[in-house]
Design a binder for this molecule. Structure first.
Ligand code: 5GP
Length: 145
């Protein structure tokens, strides 16, 4: 998929927004949804997406929606740091397949980084459902604190 093209309303994140596919939700408001990545690059890897903007990437999204997404990125980053105490946090966003994008609804990755771990950009393994559920519960509690 190139940088340019039509938005596909059947992409997995559009399905999650509509409630047609499940997610491990961390936070939601009228405009933004945050949830755990099911193929995490690290423990706590989270995704933040706009709900109302049918944008594939940074070129498409309106600035107001982008600002709302970034406010939630900061909220999630703070919760991850407080709860998991990583050594660092990577905030990443890819535009177009050659840049590493695989899901064509704009999203921000928030990836806690722990000392000694590899900095891969794609994980090969799906996380264990029970582990994701337990992590979701910890982070939701932290976000409400
Ligand atoms: P991209 O490579 O497009 O920047 O990132 C897409 C991300 O979505 C990847 O980190 C991938 O693991 C994640 N992902 C793909 N399918 C699903 C899914 O069904 N649910 C969730 N929560 N994450 C997904």
């Amino acid at each position: 998929m190139s940088l340019h093209g039509d938005y596909d309303s059947q992409n997995i994140f559009a399905q999650i927004i509509r409630g047609d596919a499940p997610c491990y939700k961390l936070y939601e408001d009228d405009d933004v949804l945050a949830f755990l990545d099911v193929f995490p690059q690290s423990y706590g890897h989270s995704l933040v997406i706009p709900k109302r903007s049918a944008a594939r990437n940074m070129l498409d999204i309106d600035s107001e929606s982008l600002c709302k997404v970034m406010q939630v990125v900061q909220k999630i980053t703070r919760a991850l740091v407080d709860e998991l105490q990583p050594a660092g946090v990577q905030v990443a966003q890819f535009n177009g397949a050659p840049a590493g994008q695989t899901v064509f609804h704009i999203h921000m990755h928030v990836i806690p980084r722990f000392a000694g771990e590899d900095l891969g950009i794609h994980a090969s393994a799906k996380a264990d459902a029970a582990e994701l559920e337990a992590l979701q519960a910890r982070l939701v509690t932290r976000l409400k604190a």
